[in-house]
Design a protein around this ligand. Structure first.
Ligand code: SAJ
Length: 418
């Protein structure tokens, strides 16, 4: 088939390459000219394990353009950011993608929406725009919502091996899309209607956000009782049907922190979901409060933030809780320095390790990058004015840091904090 993929981001590009590598003729379409030129010169706009090899394998069937062409299949994988004022999805990119497609729509075409959207978007937003072609959705052309579940850092593997949900506006639409995705999906492909598929994607991430909020709240309560939450959840998870998530300094990323809002934006029933978002969004405040307690009495304190990516071992700082932590700390008069060996661009200068810890009073681990586990506290301590470390992700070897003369505190540990 000839497939046009609109949106060559973390999801669209790997998806386009997987279709091309499985033998389809794929045209990648993006409005970002820089990205189009980069790809046409054979370079990738971002890193992801296996993406180079896939790009190589796909290149005879893959080309990039800023214009949509007639195709058998149109796949929309554009961003759907949250409008922070209205706490509702900003669907302008989905709208403009549909506006780019309808004039090229032909009988028997298949349109796939992969972007994460509020329930009913496929029906209420896409159908009217696509039917400007004079063709009837579900009769003259097929239309589905097919959400992705890939996690950054394992995107290609998960796109191939995860089970997939496809929701069609008609059963025939869902069946057509299943045949197409079978080109590279090795997981099971389950069919349903479009609105259910939209809802399923959102509740997967809402499940995660609410469970992270639960364990963040329990971390604060555990501290009040002088309990170490990390010990408590490790023991609770020994139960065959209990599986607590991990507490942390906040929830970031363009998925878990956003999708729950899409579920409740058109409903008056979202109480627990909204509260969970509030608990997670105030974890940077809680983290700062614990750090402030540690630094009590130190004049004009300097904090070194270890990690600004929204989660460990990725270079993506979108919606990172680190930014909220840094701005709150600055508002309270702390000097802030940033060290993150993986993130390339960030709102604040990312310093070398030595410059970031020089004359600092406290290291605060915000992102669980594995590399932090192998740093030498003796080396680091030599550069610091005071030797404090607040481990908000419980990833460091605390005995090693204590032996190097550090005061160590861990988020949620009311038992071992000195
Ligand atoms: N986090 C915690 N505690 C935890 C797990 C995560 O504080 O126990 C934090 C992370 O530090 C991070 C945020 O939550 O700031 C999100 O982390 P994540 O591991 O959920 O990573 P995402 O957002 O990249 O991936 C999620 C995945 N969804 C689920 O696991 C249900 C992925 O499968 C989705 O495809 C992705 O969202 C998405 O694109 O929707």
């Amino acid at each position: 088939m000839k497939i046009s993929v609109l949106g060559l981001g973390y999801i669209g590009l790997p998806t386009a390459l997987l279709f091309a590598a499985s033998g389809h003729e794929v045209v990648g379409v993006d409005i970002d000219k820089r990205k189009v030129e980069l790809l046409n010169s054979g370079k990738l706009p971002f890193q992801e394990p296996g993406l180079e090899e896939l790009f190589e394998k796909a290149k005879n069937n893959f080309r990039v353009s800023t214009e949509v062409e007639e195709s058998d299949v149109f796949l929309i994988a554009v961003p759907t950011p949250l409008d922070f004022h209205t706490k509702a999805a900003d669907l302008k990119y989905v709208k403009s993608a549909a506006e780019m497609i309808w004039s090229h729509l032909r009988k028997d075409n298949l349109v796939i929406l992969e972007s994460t959207v509020p329930p009913k978007t496929t029906e209420r937003l896409l159908i009217p725009i696509l039917e400007k072609s004079g063709l009837k959705a579900g009769i003259d052309f097929y239309l589905v919502h097919c959400p992705e579940r890939a996690i950054p850092g394992k995107t290609i593997h998960e796109m191939v091996h995860n089970d997939r949900i496809i929701g069609g506006i008609t059963p025939e639409s869902a069946q057509r899309a299943k045949e197409l995705y079978s080109s590279f999906v090795k997981g099971e492909i389950y069919l349903t209607d479009a609105t259910t598929a939209e809802f399923v994607k959102l509740i997967e991430n809402t499940y995660r956000d609410v469970n992270i909020a639960l364990v963040n709240e329990l971390a604060k309560i555990a501290e009040e009782y002088g309990i170490n939450i990390w010990e408590a959840i490790e023991l609770a998870n020994k139960h065959p049907r209990v599986n607590f998530h991990k507490p942390g300094p906040g929830v970031g990323g363009h998925c878990i922190a956003i999708d729950p809002w899409f579920v409740i934006q058109d409903s008056s029933e979202g109480k627990i979901i909204a509260l969970a978002r509030h608990v997670n969004d105030t974890m940077p405040n809680y983290t700062l409060r614990k750090v402030r307690e540690m630094l009590n009495g130190i004049k004009n304190p300097t904090i070194t933030v270890f990690g600004v990516a929204y989660k460990g071992n990725v270079d993506d700082a979108r919606e990172t809780p680190a930014l909220r932590f840094i701005k709150l700390a600055e508002n309270e008069g702390f000097n802030i320095k940033v060290y993150d060996p993986i993130v390339k661009d960030f709102e604040y200068p990312i310093l070398s390790l030595e410059d970031a810890v020089k004359n600092s009073d406290c290291i605060v681990v915000i992102t669980d990058h594995d590399v932090f586990k192998f740093l030498d506290p003796n080396e680091i301590g030599k550069f610091m004015r005071n030797r404090c470390v607040f481990d908000a992700r419980n990833i460091l070897d605390h005995e090693k840091w204590k032996k190097a003369g550090f005061r160590v505190r861990v988020l949620g540990d009311g038992k071992n904090n000195i």
